[in-house]
Structures are given as C-alpha cells and as structure tokens.
Design a protein around this ligand. Structure first.
Ligand SMILES: [Zn+2]
Length: 590
C-alpha cells in the first residue's frame, strides 16, 4: 500500500518542480524552500511497512513506483496507522506561518508512562537490544551490501492554531518507527516499519538488503558511541504537554495583533512543538542517540484599507521550551511585528524594476545564502554534477569580503543538531572563505563516493526518509562596515529587510526571492516602502558583487524550514547588512 505523501500547497506562489525522467532516476532540479507558507498537510498520512529502492534494483512482485518519496508495502502489510502530526510535516513554513491544521481525523494520546533515560529510551521503551541491532544489520548486509544503518525515531508532537479568535486546530500525537538503509555502490535500498517488533525489523532489514545481490561481504563492527555535543536542554520527562499554557501564547498574540491597528482585519496564530528521539546504529560501528526539542510560534495578519489588503507575518522558535517566548520572541512582540509589516505595506509604492544597487538587512535575508549558495553546495548535487557549483572548489565564487559557513553546533538554534541523522557529530563547515569556494556539505554516501570528508550533514525528515546532505544554520560572517555607511553609500537602490521566501534551480544557480519588506534608498537615505519587489540572480555570480559587509551579523528568529526532494527539515539562516553593487530587481514600478 502506498504511503500518502503530504500534498505541497504553495500559499504564496511558487511551485515545486520535481523532474521525473522516468528512466534514469528521479531528481529534484529546483529546490523550493524557505517559503512563507508552503507545505500544508491535508488528510491523514498513513504509515506502514514499505520500502524504497533505487530504480536500478531488480525487484519482483508488488507495484513499485520510483522516486524518493514513493514507497510500497510488501504483501500482507500491516494495518495502516495514522502518524502523529509532526511540526515539520505539517507547518513546513519559514517566516512565521501560522501552522495550518493537521486535519488527520485520528489522534493518538501520548503515552503518559514515566520516561526512560534519554540514551536508553528505545531499549527500555521498545525492548530493543544491542543484539537485535546487530542481527538487523547482519540481515541488512546479508545480500552483499557495503553499508547498512538503522534509524529509530519516536516523535511526540503538539500543534495548536487560532484563527479569528477561535481555536481551529489542536492535535497531539506520537509516532515511532525505524528506517533501515543498505548502500551498495551508488545504490540505496530502504525499508521502514512503524512496528518495532524483532520480526518486523528483521523483515524490513531483509527487504532493504535486496538492493545488493551476492553473498555477505561486510561484517558488522562493534558499536562505538558518537560523543555529540549538548546543544539543547531536554525537558525532563518530555514536554509536559500543558496545552493551556501553549494556547495562552497564541491568544496573547492574537490580542496584540488586533490591538495594534484597527486596519488589522484578520489574525491567525499557531504554535507547534515536537520532541524527537532518535537512535542510530550502523554497520561501520556508528552508534548515537539524541533527544531534540523544537518549538515555533507564528502570527499571520491581514490588514485592509479601502480596496487594498496586505499581509504580514512574524514568528520565532528554536530548540528550547516555552521559556524562549519572552522578550523579542514574546507573543506580543511577534504579533506587533506581523501587524507592523502589514500596515507598512498599505502605504507602499510599487517596487522599481531593473538592475540596481541592493542593500540586504541583517538576519532573515540570509535566505539569499541558503538559496544562492547553500543548496548548490550540497554534495549530492555536486556528485551528480547537477549543481552550478560542481567542480568549482578552489575557485572564486564571491567577492573577497564574503565568508559563508554552515554551523550545526549553535546552542538552541532551530537548525542545530548534536548528531546528524546518520549519527555523525555536527560541525562548523566553511563553504566560502574570502570569496573562494572551500567545500561541500556531505553525508556518508557522498563522502565515500566523492572521497571527501563527512561534514555531519546527513539529515532526514523522518524514519520514512533516506538521509541526504542538508544545511543546518547557514550564515555569512560579519565584516567591518558600519550599516549606516552602507546605506549612505547608495545613491539609488533597494533596501530589503525581510523576505517571504525563495527558490533556486540548482542546475543553473538561478534564484528568485520575494521581499516582504523593502524600501527605496535615495541619496543614501531610506525613503518609501515598496511592495512586490523580487530579487533575481545567479548563485555563483551574485555574491561577486558584494562590496560592503556590515559588522552586524544577525541570525534569524528560528522559523526556517527547508524543503528538498519532498523532505522538510528545520534550518537557520543569518547575515550581516550587505551591499550588492548590482542585482536585478523585479517590480512593477519605475
Ligand atoms: Zn532549502
């Protein structure tokens, strides 16, 4: 039985371009991510045992649809079970999208039994033993695979949504499962199960093993636990699931947004959180576990004046508990920020069009790096030579003022991880240093096939998904310039401080962003706000025009979700104020 995939619904324009070439393989050419409102999960999602296979695998029986997001279940698959809503599955939005309701009609109640210790969670809760892990890995390699890993995941998720002062959605649930992967050369066999009994795990292992054909050749090595960092607090006993406290956060946001201005006519606010526990064991001896909290609060408003209506949004979050929603991330502050943006747009003039100097404000505009550079530097795209950055290591791809890193080791940040989803400790990876391309983001597969180091960038959306090289927190390091001097140096240009989202075609590096808050710069001064401005450019070229870099590096508020190949993962971005001497602005004004 096929696993239903969430339907991608773009709420603010843009499309997901997945190119299926049918014969050779399935690959995503346009990575569409960091959007304002993107994936909305509709209907229930069914789990069950299934497998994913490389198209080259010979397979018998059962209908196999190719593609990284397509699964089939073996005959006699178990009864479908509704998975719990996951923060990333449903909301998958970047800037402050009120997470839309998970409309699954079955809810499971989180288990209220005492929580086992973090490290031994799966051992104590599901009866997993080291011996069973070794047996599963042995089965997975029984047909001659080069490498196998087991990824156990248990997620407790909660989400709440208020629309027009009415609670429109509330859900809590848990899900657990295991994904088993076997690598054989460049091929990947994948099977997963939401039943963690030894029989089912061994069956899934044998299914994934089919990717290879031959006698077993790799032994399972003794496990050596990864010593990952401790980047986020783990609430004792898991999230306490005090729904009233969470509901109060979004009701406070709702009230503050309405009180901001009578022209605010509609308010939606949403809260989502999850606690994800993982255990990874691999045939190369990798053994790691982690417990990852994640929360987000979003506010979305519509303002109206005469016939004109505008939108505004804001949000914040990270890998921490409710205490983070204070100060700049208080519901009132986020609501006022959303309302301010919408009201500002009411008085905006049409954006100018053409090539001009562009100043990007600090923080969230770092999505430019994520789109223009980050995806193009994911090792899988370079291994397959589909990236515009393929073969450019050691070459200048930006001005000498530009240094870009991807850093998964920042405490409490939304994109941070103690270990990646292959059990490798995360790290800070320099992507561009002084304008020169330094490296790619890699997982185990690409590292092995490309003969490069593994940067701990193997991430996946869930146990149903194969890991891929992904970003964590991607940002540009601060420079020396005063932000005021940067603005003063522009005779006529655009100052963009907030973006709705962007997308990139990684084959040619072309990207486009829509600015949700931007202003004209005239004679070195910020003047009228503009609406509907888009920034258009080419990844390996755009950053060559960076002529000034501020000292005001800022990271985003913890709202980003990146989509790639149908998998959503939380990420962070950041940037100081920068000036680009030349960039194409799309707009309707003059
Ligand atoms: Zn992305």
């Amino acid at each position: 039985m096929l696993v239903e995939r969430p339907k991608a619904v773009m709420m603010l324009g843009g499309v997901v371009h997945v190119v299926l070439d049918g014969v050779l393989n399935v690959r995503i050419l346009r990575v569409n991510c960091l959007r304002m409102f993107h994936l909305v999960l509709r209907g229930k999602r069914r789990g069950g045992e299934g497998d994913r296979e490389d198209h080259r695998q010979k397979h018998g029986g059962g209908k196999l649809l190719h593609g990284p997001n397509v699964a089939r279940s073996p005959a006699g698959g178990q009864v479908p079970k509704v998975l719990a809503p996951r923060e990333e599955r449903g909301g998958a939005c970047s800037a402050s999208a009120p997470r839309r309701a998970y409309t699954g009609n079955t809810m499971t109640t989180p288990d209220a039994s005492p929580q086992p210790s973090q490290k031994r969670y799966f051992f104590e809760k599901f009866g997993i033993t080291e011996r069973l892990l070794e047996r599963c890995l042995g089965e997975a390699l029984s047909a001659g695979g080069d490498y196998a890993d087991l990824y156990f995941e248990s997620v407790t998720a909660t989400s709440l949504g208020v629309d027009e002062q009415i609670v429109k959605s509330a859900s809590q649930g848990t899900s657990a499962g295991c994904g088993i992967r076997v690598l054989s050369g460049e091929r990947t066999g994948y099977a997963f199960t939401d039943n963690l009994s030894p029989e089912r795990l061994l069956h899934a292992a044998r299914t994934a093993a089919l990717i290879a054909s031959g006698p077993a050749k790799q032994p399972v090595q003794g496990f050596l636990e990864t010593s990952g960092a401790d980047l986020y607090p783990v609430p004792l006993g898991g999230f306490d699931l005090d729904l009233a406290a969470r509901l109060e956060l979004i009701l406070r946001a709702d009230r503050a947004a309405r009180a901001f201005d009578p022209r605010i006519v509609q308010v939606r606010a949403g809260y989502s959180e999850e606690l994800r526990r993982i255990l990874i064991a691999a045939s190369d001896g990798a053994f790691a576990s982690d417990t990852q909290p994640l929360c987000r609060l979003n506010v979305f408003v519509i303002a109206k004046e005469d016939a004109l209506s505008t939108k505004g949004s804001a949000g914040g979050g990270g890998r921490a508990g409710l205490e983070q929603f204070r100060g700049s991330k208080s519901p009132e502050n986020l609501a006022r920020e959303a309302a301010r943006g919408a009201i500002l747009q009411l008085g905006a003039v049409p954006a100018p069009a053409g090539e001009m100097q562009v100043v990007l404000g600090p923080g969230w505009p770092g999505i430019l790096l994520h789109e223009a550079v980050g995806h193009g530097l994911e090792a899988d795209f370079n291994r397959k030579k589909t990236s515009a950055f393929a073969g450019l290591i050691g070459q200048p791809v930006a001005s000498s003022k530009v240094t870009v890193v991807d850093n998964g080791t920042m405490a409490g940040r939304r994109g941070s991880l103690n270990v990646d989803d292959e059990g490798t400790a995360t790290q800070e990876t320099v992507l561009i240093e002084g304008g020169v391309l330094k490296g790619y983001l890699s997982d185990k597969l690409s590292a092995r096939l490309m003969g490069m180091s593994n940067t701990g960038s193997g991430r996946r959306e869930s146990y149903q998904s194969i890991p891929m090289p992904r970003m964590t927190n991607t940002y540009m390091l601060a420079g020396d310039d005063e932000p005021e001097d940067i603005l003063r140096s522009v005779k006529r240009g655009l100052y963009a401080v907030n973006f709705g989202g962007g997308q990139v075609d990684i084959t040619n590096g072309k990207f486009v962003f829509s600015a949700s808050e931007a202003y004209l710069i005239e004679d070195g001064k910020i003047t009228a706000p503009v609406r509907d401005a888009t920034l258009i450019g080419n990844g390996p070229e755009a950053l060559k025009y960076v002529s000034m870099v501020g000292h005001d590096l800022k990271l985003d508020e913890g709202i980003g979700t990146c989509g790639k190949d149908g998998q959503s993962v939380p990420v962070g971005v950041g940037m100081p104020t920068i000036k680009l001497d030349k960039m194409t602005v799309g707009g309707t004004g003059r």
